[in-house]
Design a protein around this ligand. Structure first.
Ligand code: FMN
Length: 186
């Protein structure tokens, strides 16, 4: 039996009722047997100030350590004004610094996203991919999990009720585990 693939995941939203946090909880429920998943909350990561990058607070140290310890990363991004939210960009910038200490270096990563609009974070996801490439992560290409009209697929309790969406998340996790094992062998 292969050792379990550990996946660290986070959502680019601080909102309690976040649809993107709901996607991560659904991922917890459909995780393949040979993988484990931990959700990290970005609440408490301060706004990045390069003057302070050599004295990171505990929350940032913890974030970077968890990224490094994980075999793979999963990001659930909202779409804000056709791009990724500042909260997510700030967290990514923070964990990539100081120069030469990029916690993401070489990690496989999968992305997904939910929005109330018709395109289900498509525009934000392509912006996110661009930053991930620069940080030398290895983004998974397929499947693309873009969840439009999230208000119709996630209930009042923050549970993903739409069966197709749950299936897509499952496929994404399965593909991420295969991708991660391939990269580990390389
Ligand atoms: C500042 C802001 C900008 C937004 N821009 C977009 C957008 O460009 N496209 C879109 O589909 N939804 C947009 N929305 C709506 C989000 O899809 C919606 O707020 C969603 O619930 C955010 O994700 P969350 O539930 O995980 O917090 C925007 C919302 C905010 C607050």
């Amino acid at each position: 039996m292969n050792t379990k693939i550990s996946i660290l995941c986070f959502a680019g939203s601080l909102r309690k009722g976040s649809y993107n946090k709901a996607l991560l909880r659904a991922a917890m429920e459909v995780i393949p047997a040979d993988a484990q998943l931990e959700i990290f909350d970005l609440e408490g990561i301060p706004l990045f100030n390069q003057d302070m990058e050599n004295q990171p607070p505990e929350k940032v140290k913890e974030f970077k350590a968890k990224i490094r310890a994980a075999d793979a990363i999963l990001i659930a991004t909202p779409e804000y004004n056709y791009s990724i939210p500042g909260v997510l960009k700030n967290a990514i910038d923070t964990a990539s610094r100081p120069y030469g200490d990029n916690a993401f270096d070489g990690k496989p990563v999968a992305i997904m996203g939910a929005s109330v609009g018709m395109l289900g974070t498509a525009r934000a996801q392509y912006h996110l991919r661009q930053s991930l490439v620069f940080l030398n992560l290895y983004p998974l290409n397929q499947p693309e999990v873009m969840v439009p009209l999230a208000q119709e697929k996630i209930d009042q309790n923050g549970r993903v009720t739409d069966q197709k969406t749950r299936e897509k998340i499952k496929e994404l996790l399965e593909a991420l585990v295969i991708w991660t094992r391939k990269l580990k062998k390389a």
